[in-house]
Structure formats: C-alpha cells, structure tokens
Write a protein that binds this ligand. Sequence first.
Ligand code: TMP
Length: 225
Amino acid sequence: MSPGKPVFITFEGGEGAGKTTQILHVAAFLAERGRSCILTREPGGTDLGRKIRALLLDPAHVAMDARTELLLYMADRAEHLARVVRPALAAGRVVLCDRFFDATVVYQGAARGLSMEWAETLHELVFPGVRPDLTLLLDLAPEVGLARARRQMEKGGRAAREGRFENEELGFHRRVREGYLELARRRPERFRVIDAGRGEAEVKADLLRAVAGFLGIPPPGGETP
Ligand code: TMP
C-alpha cells in the first residue's frame, strides 16, 4: 500500500492484553517511516465520548441493561466516526484505534449473550460498510490478563472508577476471548492474532512486522538490503 493512502487499523483483546502500550509502539514506528497517523480509542475518543465512557465503565452501574450498554457503545462510535475517524481517513492518514466494533460484537454480543450476529447486523444497519482494514488481536489467557489489569488498578495506572468490566467473573472474560478468536477465524483476511502472553518486546516485534507487512513498508531492521 503506497504512503498517503488512508488506513484504518484497530487493536483488540481482553483486559490487560497490553493494547494501550503496544499501540504507542506502532504509532512511533509509523512516525519513523514518515506516515501521518492518529491514535484514538473507543469508548472515549471525543469530548462527548469521554462522558459516555465514564458512564459505561463506572462500577456503580453494575446492573446496566445489556442493550443500554450496547447502545451507549454505539452512540460513542457514531460521534467518534463523525468527528475523528472519518476526517482523519479523508485526510489520507493512518488511524490507529484502541478497540472498535469487534469489541461490541464480542463483549455485548458474545459475552453478554445478545448474539454476535445481531450485533454485527446492527452495526451494518447503523454504519454500513464501515470496517477496519486491519485488526490486530492481542490474545491472552483471561486469568493472566485480569491479574495484570487488576494490578494496574491497584498501582493507580488505571482508575478504579473504570473497573466495571474488570469486576466481571472469569466466565465472562473467557467468552470474550473465545468470541474474539471466533471472529479471527471467520475473517482471516482482516485479523492478525498476536500472542500477548509474552514479553513486551516480543509482542511489539510481531505487531510491527504485521503492520509493516500490511502497509508494504520495511519492517524494523529491514531498511538496509
Ligand atoms: P479499554 O479498557 O480497552 O479502554 O475498554 C474499556 C472497556 O469497554 C473494556 O472492558 C471493553 C469494553 N468495551 C465493550 O464492552 N464494548 C465495546 O464496544 C467497546 C469499544 C469496549
């Protein structure tokens, strides 16, 4: 893919998979290669979205109805697509997005039990044809990811007031992992599955190789013949 073409790349995975750290490595790598990119996330990639994020992740809302939850994620997405993602793609930039609609299909569709197909159908109805070009799935055993995520909360790295999903039982997080792996099996042309159970440097190396391969640019260390 030649430089200057818009590209939409999403990062997915369960809690504690390291997306937030790794997305920064990918952004730095693309900047080195001279590609203009933006880094954004769902929920919370806009001013309005940050308010929706606070509602969604507040542990006090433990009994939120699954459909309310799904529609709030979609409201956040509508705002984010209109204000951030579409303008950046129209300007020929690479958009690196920490979670997108696959998260709704998996968390609300699979783990909450609303049905993955139904969530996908709703997405298609509301945002017809909107798909990432590439989705990097950081796959990790939920036992390991949850322990990491809860440690980060204790250390203050992530606000305790955002802990609603970390408080879900292990079975919920197992359904999230299985849901993501099922999507990756169904859409091998879009998904790359990265083993996130390894050290940060190894995960980073795999991610950068996957991104470089997709964009047709030299991988790290591949500049010289
Ligand atoms: P984050 O921790 O990656 O910022 O994501 C916040 C939480 O929101 C995370 O537990 C996954 C969840 N989520 C959904 O349940 N559905 C969605 O559509 C999105 C984007 C996130």
